[in-house]
Design a protein around this ligand. Structure first.
Ligand code: ZN
Length: 223
């Protein structure tokens, strides 16, 4: 059976998770995050793996194995959306050598956001250490400056969201994804979407390009 295979990728804060979830719902295809597969795996064997958040330190063999198991599930037989995979050339080559079928329809969608915009989006995130509520200085400000609306606790910034850490995460992203972007471009499977518009516009753009390429039915036919 010909499957629709969509890869979603973008820098931290690009909103690719939201976009792939929306598309998943509209197309009736599972959105599969290898990060979630790993979390479930470690929970099932009762092991907390500190390396997990580092991504690149988790063995490619394990990720590939978990992905193959997931893709064998009945809901993935007509297609699937991958969020966060492949993350390096080893995973990319494994996928193209072992998972792709000749008649699969493939598209890699990059949600493109400038480094400056990523910095702005992530550096503005705040959270309440007591109740866990999330805020953003620009997009979702608390009523009182740096106090939680619900419990008045002083808001904090996650260490991962500091400008220095974001810079490192961005550099890692560009370095590891660069070669994959080139490969997808050479295969004619790359679509670059401007991720700096609002969520609805970005979604509309993604859908339009997929329709233009004949990968999903025209809008009127989508339930
Ligand atoms: Zn709170």
């Amino acid at each position: 059976m010909a499957r629709l295979v969509l890869f979603f990728f973008g820098p931290p804060g690009s909103g690719k998770g939201t976009q792939s979830a929306n598309l998943s719902q509209q197309l009736g295809l599972p959105a599969i995050s290898t990060g979630n597969l790993l979390r479930q795996h470690y929970q099932s064997i009762g092991e907390h793996n500190a390396a997990m958040n580092e991504g690149q330190l988790v063995s490619d063999d394990l990720i590939n194995k978990l992905l193959v198991e997931r893709l064998n599930q009945p809901d993935a037989q007509s297609g699937f959306i991958l969020d966060g995979y492949p993350r390096n050339k080893t995973q990319f080559d494994y996928f193209y050598n072992n998972i792709i079928n000749p008649d699969d329809k493939i598209c890699a969608i990059e949600i493109s956001v400038s480094d400056q915009e990523v910095q702005h989006r992530i550096a503005g995130r705040r959270f309440c250490p007591k109740c866990g509520a999330g805020y953003h200085l620009t997009y979702k400000p608390s009523l009182q400056a740096d106090r939680c609306d619900d419990c008045q606790t002083r808001l904090e910034q996650r260490p991962d969201d500091s400008p220095e850490t974001i810079q490192e995460r961005l550099a890692l992203y560009r370095r590891t994804m660069g070669p994959l972007v080139v490969s997808w471009w050479q295969l004619g499977e790359l679509i670059i979407i401007n991720g700096e518009k609002n969520i609805d516009s970005v979604y509309h753009d993604i859908l339009s390009v997929l329709q233009e390429r004949g990968l999903v039915p025209p809008k009127s036919e989508i339930v």
